[in-house]
Design a protein around this ligand. Sequence first.
Ligand SMILES: Cc1cc2nc3c(=O)[nH]c(=O)nc-3n(C[C@H](O)[C@H](O)[C@H](O)COP(=O)(O)O)c2cc1C
Ligand code: SF4
Length: 446
Amino acid sequence: MTDHGYTQGRSHIWTSDTIRDIHAKAELGRYQIRGFSTFRQFPSWDDLVFLPAVMTRLPLEGYREHCETRTIIGGGKPDLVARPLELDIPIYLTSMSFGALGTNAKIALGKGFSAAGSASSTGEGGMLEEERAASTKLIYQMTPSRYGLDLEHLRKADAIEIALGQGAKPGTGGLLLGMKVSEKVAKMRTLPMGVDQRSCVRHPDFLGADDLQVKIIELREATDYQVPIFLKLAACRVEYDVKVACKTGCDAILLDGTEGATAAAPEYQLDNCGIPLIAAVRTARRAIEDLGMSGKIQLVVSGGIRNGVDVAKCLALGADAVAIGTSALIALGCNSPQYLDDYAALGTAPGACHHCHTGRCPVGITTQDPELEKRIDPEVGGERVAKFLRATMMECTGVAKSVGKRNVHNLEPEDLRATSLEASAFTGVPLAGVEWTVGPQYLGGR
Ligand SMILES: Cc1cc2nc3c(=O)[nH]c(=O)nc-3n(C[C@H](O)[C@H](O)[C@H](O)COP(=O)(O)O)c2cc1C
Ligand code: SF4
């Protein structure tokens, strides 16, 4: 007997994912936690295209002509910063804590970014000696938790990043589940082993921009006016947040879009909080310009940056540099097709793994288990990361040359067109074909 198709339809409200989520909550009695990044689909960098030179401009020769990539962050206030962060490329490694990552992964990333003439970053939880040794340039992150905070380590850093927010989970603190709190991690953070760590979300020693201004002066004094001080913000109320950040006297702002990854976050936070990076970059640049701070404060952006063309698009929209996390982990072997039984034990497979929170990373990156960690060889991993960065910069300079630019920092919004209404609205870049911009007037819309 036929049901005449009456049972064929599917609810768009009660999807199989929603039903699975409710069943899980009913079993666990709490929300779900996971790693990786949002599962929501936003307009992405793929919704923008470059306009290479044809008749009105000259392209540069791909192999024979040079395109400059040198990047200086924190060089806008020479009287306050003796050693700005000088990089060969406009990409550095974003903050990923020791604890979230294992020691070998930290060393490999440090080696890879150093080989590419760039910098890495400690993340929450203090400075790992091995990472300092492996990284030519290392940014020291200060989070509200103050885990592992050490004045000597501050003085060994090449830049300081004060974390005020993270794109994956704005308005919440770090999260490290007990299975990753090994003896070494617990010792560095002066906390008990094997117990979940939920970092506080607000810094204990400043309440707002005025106090932060004082904190920045204190940090400059503590580090003898040597290194630049960055603020890391999640992309939320971008225009006002960036303007207030500029007033604190920092040297650079790192703006992290909602696509930014994490080792562990509540799923409701990952998928519902913050705005996509593509909607934030131009607004942030505009906010810095409004205050007359261009050149004095650098804008670094992060969250979902996958390849050299994404990097070029960020620079064109107004970023001075980008920071990457997930793409570097993938270069190191995340989600690679090996150790299939271990992926299966987590209920996943290569290409779909987002299980960093479990501490059972099949490829040995986001784990503290000594046996799993052995799967990362720091030398081999470092070479993979360096090769990835080289290829990424070939893409970035390749597209810049085709547009006719001798310096990647000369890319500009005018070099882009949007292929979707949303991307045009988010970026103020004209819609391809019609030369009409959906975005607000201050972004060039009409
Ligand atoms: C494994 C892992 C650990 C992280 N740890 C930290 C951290 O300690 N502090 C922090 O501010 N952000 C942390 N983040 C977020 C990154 O710094 C960054 O905001 C994000 O990864 C950027 O997005 P992307 O991964 O798409 O490049 C972490 C991300 C990952 C994937
Ligand atoms: S392979 Fe490891 S690093 Fe990659 S998503 Fe899975 S658990 Fe995380």
